[in-house]
Design a protein around this ligand. Structure first.
Ligand code: MRU
Length: 349
């Protein structure tokens, strides 16, 4: 099964598959400074919470390599500045902040090391975060595949696949794992206006992997649930709160409400690094609002009359009461989410 490479570190540069160009063009951008990586995250050249985390870690490592700081305190200050810069790129993706903390804490924990040694450590840590992400996604796939039975049609939203991670994917990783076991699974991909992650990216990567996929407009989802025998809805997450509320791509909430009405299970697949135990419930999550041009224009052409107001939140919150289970690398979490997520995230099961 072909799986695409989203992010790579090569010769002290960060290479990113340009997701703004897919599926028409498979091209890569080469970032030789941290600023280019931060800009690529902002412009969604690289997107998806885990991939954003990996890209930011590599961006910080890249920035660290070029600092002129000679002494520890100066170096630490430079790293903190870099971290602040990356923290402002995509505010909802919790993996971004998780990865930033890992990089920052590494510097704090090694105050005895020389600046050159710290640079090497940061580069190693960024690569480790990337490798771990692929491993974790495969584990999520193994945990979740039992929920996806032979003959299932799974509806998914946005792109929670190899493109949204360092590889393999979370929600799409679960589907991959079920297919790798020989199950026949087909996917209904919501197009996901306005950035069209479903139409452009999920369909592209599933086609590459030979998984049967049908793209629908977002507004077809309810009708599809009535008519198409959807077996399950499966999405990723940008942030999971302690009570099980999930922030994910705008439109996820509508799908969850529809799924409940049609008695279709609604599953979320995400790594433990997507859980923010400090967020008691969904209200705590900062929802990114993106430029109105994403809505007003298609392929550079205006489709909304000049002067008309536009609101473009990139994510919404799905209350946990609509979520049948959360699939993580350590197991499938069900209600009561608060105690079960805490036990799992703190690794005391
Ligand atoms: O705006 P995006 O494309 O970064 O949004 C991505 C999503 O909403 C994904 O579902 C989520 O990040 C999980 S990706 C494994």
């Amino acid at each position: 099964m072909k799986v695409c490479k989203t992010i790579a570190w090569e010769n002290e540069k960060v290479i990113l598959l340009d997701q703004t160009k897919l599926p028409l063009e498979e091209s890569y951008i080469v970032c030789d400074d941290y600023y280019a990586v931060a800009e690529a995250i902002r412009k969604m050249v690289v997107r998806g919470a885990p991939a954003i985390g990996v890209a930011a870690a590599m961006g910080i490592a890249l920035g660290a390599l070029s600092t002129k700081a000679g002494a520890y305190d100066d170096f630490k200050q430079q790293i903190e500045k870099l971290c602040q810069e990356f923290a402002q790129t995509r505010p909802t993706a919790v993996n971004l902040f998780w990865a930033i903390e890992r990089m920052k804490n590494l510097v704090i924990a090694h105050s005895d090391k020389s600046v050159e040694e710290l640079k090497t450590l940061l580069r190693k840590e960024a690569l480790k975060i990337s490798e771990e992400d692929i491993k974790v996604n495969r584990q999520i796939g193994q945990m979740g595949k039992e929920l996806i039975k032979d003959g299932y049609t799974v509806l998914t939203h946005c792109n929670a696949g190899a493109l949204a991670t360092a590889g393999y994917g979370t929600a799409l990783g679960v589907i991959r794992a079920a297919c790798e076991e020989g199950k026949k699974v087909s996917v209904l991909a919501c197009e996901t206006r306005p950035f069209l992650q479903g139409a452009r990216l999920t369909s592209w990567e599933l086609k590459e992997s030979g998984i049967a996929t049908t793209v629908i407009t977002d507004s077809t989802a309810g009708y599809a649930m009535q008519k198409k025998h959807i077996s399950a809805v499966l999405t990723g997450a940008d942030c999971i709160c302690l009570n099980g509320d999930v922030a994910n791509k705008i439109g996820t909430y509508s799908l969850a409400v529809l799924a409940k009405e049609h008695r279709i299970p609604f599953y979320v697949a995400a790594p433990l690094s997507s859980i923010n135990l400090n967020f008691e419930k969904g209200e705590a999550v900062l929802i990114e609002e993106r430029n109105e041009r994403e809505v007003t224009h298609i392929e550079g052409r205006r489709i909304v009359p000049e002067g008309v107001k536009v609101w473009n939140p990139a994510f919404d919150i799905t209350p946990s009461k609509y979520i049948s289970a959360i699939i993580t690398e350590k197991g499938i979490v069900k209600r009561p989410y608060k105690s079960n997520l805490r036990k799992l995230a703190l690794n005391i099961i």
